[in-house]
Design a protein around this ligand. Structure first.
Ligand SMILES: CC(C)(COP(=O)(O)OP(=O)(O)OC[C@H]1O[C@@H](n2cnc3c(N)ncnc32)[C@H](O)[C@@H]1OP(=O)(O)O)[C@@H](O)C(=O)NCCC(=O)NCCS
Length: 176
């Protein structure tokens, strides 16, 4: 596997065309999609998401949602990564992990590494993170990544807590 990012416990790499079953199985758990409400109906739907949403991001922008594996056992635990949202011209931090791996700090570890990668390797100026107000674990991850609360707002018809973090290499522009 061609790893893009490695952390203390995790390895992140690009999904491939052969990974539809990983996406499908992850989304089968109703608790995993509780706040996003985006079920994957079957394997061919997962293949479609993979080929039309996830894989094109890598070529277009040089980053995307990456598959996350445990270094110790090579098990697939979920995904984490950056996604360009053209409608809002912003780069979004996202993550989704299998339930048996929640509460171990993996999301925070992966998310921090993705932010660092975006800033250091891709020269991204700002990264945005959003979560439903009730999705306390996700909000907590955004906070622990050093993101700052921006607003509670309606995004794509859902209430979202919006957080952002700016690349410290780009000085803030102050109006005179
Ligand atoms: C959100 C998600 C990725 C978090 O994964 P995780 O690996 O458990 O995250 P971490 O262990 O790194 O951190 C979770 C933090 O939330 C806290 N937390 C979780 N549930 C909580 C609750 N109900 N109340 C208060 N804190 C809570 C944990 O204690 C931890 O904080 P701490 O390290 O300061 O104790 C995981 O729950 C998930 O995959 N959810 C489904 C997909 C999803 O909703 N993605 C986000 C969409 S915006």
């Amino acid at each position: 596997m061609n790893f893009i990012i490695t952390t203390e416990r995790l390895s992140l790499c690009s999904f491939t065309k052969e990974d539809a079953s990983l996406i499908y199985e992850l989304n089968l758990d109703p608790e995993v999609i509780r706040y996003t409400q985006d079920p994957v109906t079957d394997l061919s739907h997962a293949q479609q998401i993979l080929e039309q949403v996830i894989l094109p991001q890598y070529d277009l922008y040089g980053y995307g949602r990456w598959a996350v594996y445990l270094k110790s056992s090579s098990e697939f635990v979920g995904w984490c990564g950056l996604k360009y949202i053209p409608q809002r011209d912003e780069i979004d931090l996202g993550y989704r992990f299998k339930k048996q791996y929640w509460g171990m700090g993996y999301a925070t570890e992966a998310a921090r590494a993705c932010i660092r990668y975006g800033f250091d390797k891709r020269n991204i100026k700002k990264i945005v993170g959003r979560a439903a107000p009730e999705n306390i674990a996700s909000v907590q991850v955004l906070k622990k990544c050093g993101m700052n609360f921006l607003a509670e707002e309606l995004v794509d018809g859902l209430i979202a807590m919006t957080y952002e973090i700016a690349n410290p290499s780009f000085p803030a522009i102050h109006s005179l």
